[in-house]
Write a protein that binds this ligand. Structure first.
Ligand code: BGC
Length: 346
């Protein structure tokens, strides 16, 4: 079932919120603006449905959305070192909206665009298809790019986020979703006591600007080892040089190929979130900085209130390292998928 509600008006267009609900009462709400997820309502161990993603109190804050709450990120997620990229021997200067680097698609990324919406549900799942056209040299990326995102919810409490894109010129595409999870439900607690598992043996080092240097960092013996579950807060303030550079976690974890899986657990509510993806890595961002937009329910944002799992290809770092992982040749189809499963443990 999909319900529609008008939530606002921006850039001469209605901002509509679509709510997908399954037979267990689990629901996901998504805006036509930025494909932004505003709500994921899942049960705790008593069966109480509460929101497990950060949301703003005022719809207007989604028009600027300084921390990219819930948004679809494109054309490229994360930072591109110095905002410069060569494609077919031509240099493209991207907007340096992240200090010295380009970030999350530039000034007007996919998170600020209105998406066309179609209900493509069938008897297996409730499905919302979102599409946009991004024109040649938009944000200075080459190629007319057609993008489709599908949000799908089934009765097994599985939520799929699928992306497809095709361009008429060689270009870059590396997309993700930027939801901040907090399993306590309606943000009763921060995420420091939530337990995290990531099947990853190594992360990518970042520099003082958050850019990827190209060097790997083995997680063994560091605060980045989540191969056995650890509480997020346990080592987040350690003096590991990489944790210090990120002011917490803000790093690409390379997912082990045989099982690209992340699990987040909150003992108190009993909620468990399992994430599986065909993306190579996940940028884990532990909300190290805040903006001043009020959180839904009237709360002032605070650090570590949410955690992002940005499943994506490794961002482009020094000397265009990893460029090939975001490279999309003309006429080829980019296709990625991430599945979120909502469970309860009593
Ligand atoms: C980045 C952070 C940034 C945040 C909000 C994350 O994806 O990795 O460095 O502060 O987005 O812009």
């Amino acid at each position: 079932m999909i319900k529609e509600v008008k939530r606002g008006f921006y850039n001469k267009k209605d901002v509509i919120e679509y709510t997908l609900t399954n037979s267990n009462g689990v629901s996901i709400s998504i805006l036509n603006l930025g494909g932004i997820i505003t709500k994921i309502m899942t049960p705790n161990k008593e069966g109480k449905l509460e929101n497990i993603v950060l949301a703003y109190e005022n719809i207007e804050d989604y028009y600027s959305n300084p921390s990219y709450y819930g948004a679809v990120i494109g054309r490229t997620a994360g930072r591109i070192d110095k905002g410069e990229i060569t494609i077919n021997d031509k240099l493209y200067e991207l907007s340096k909206n992240y200090g010295v680097n380009s970030g999350h698609g530039g000034q007007v990324g996919f998170d600020k665009k209105f998406w066309d919406i179609k209900d493509i549900s069938d008897d297996k799942a409730t499905r919302l298809e979102l599409s946009i056209e991004s024109h040649d040299l938009e944000e200075n990326y080459p190629g007319n790019l057609t993008v489709k995102v599908i949000y799908e919810l089934n009765d097994y409490n599985e939520f799929l986020f699928k992306i497809k894109a095709i361009s008429d010129k060689d270009t870059l595409v590396n997309m993700t979703n930027h939801s901040y999870f907090n399993l306590s439900g309606d943000y009763k607690r921060d995420i420091l006591n939530e337990e995290l598992y990531i099947n990853s043996d190594k992360i990518l080092k970042i520099d003082e600007n958050g850019g990827v240097t190209g060097e790997e960092y083995e997680v063994l013996g560091t605060p980045f080892d989540f191969r056995k579950p650890h509480k997020i807060g346990e080592r987040i303030d350690s003096d590991d040089p990489q944790v210090k550079l990120g002011f917490g976690y803000d790093h690409p974890f390379i997912l082990n190929k045989e099982d690209r899986r992340i699990v987040l657990k909150d003992e108190e509510s009993g909620r468990v979130l399992e994430i599986q993806t065909d993306q190579e890595s996940v940028v884990v961002y532990s909300m190290n900085f805040i903006n001043d937009c009020t959180i839904y329910g009237g709360m002032t944002p605070k650090r570590r209130l949410g955690i992002c799992f940005e499943t994506q290809a490794p961002p482009i770092g020094y000397n265009e390292v990893f460029k090939e992982k975001s490279y999309l040749s003309a006429g080829k189809i980019y296709s990625k998928s991430t599945k979120y499963t909502f469970k309860v443990e009593k």
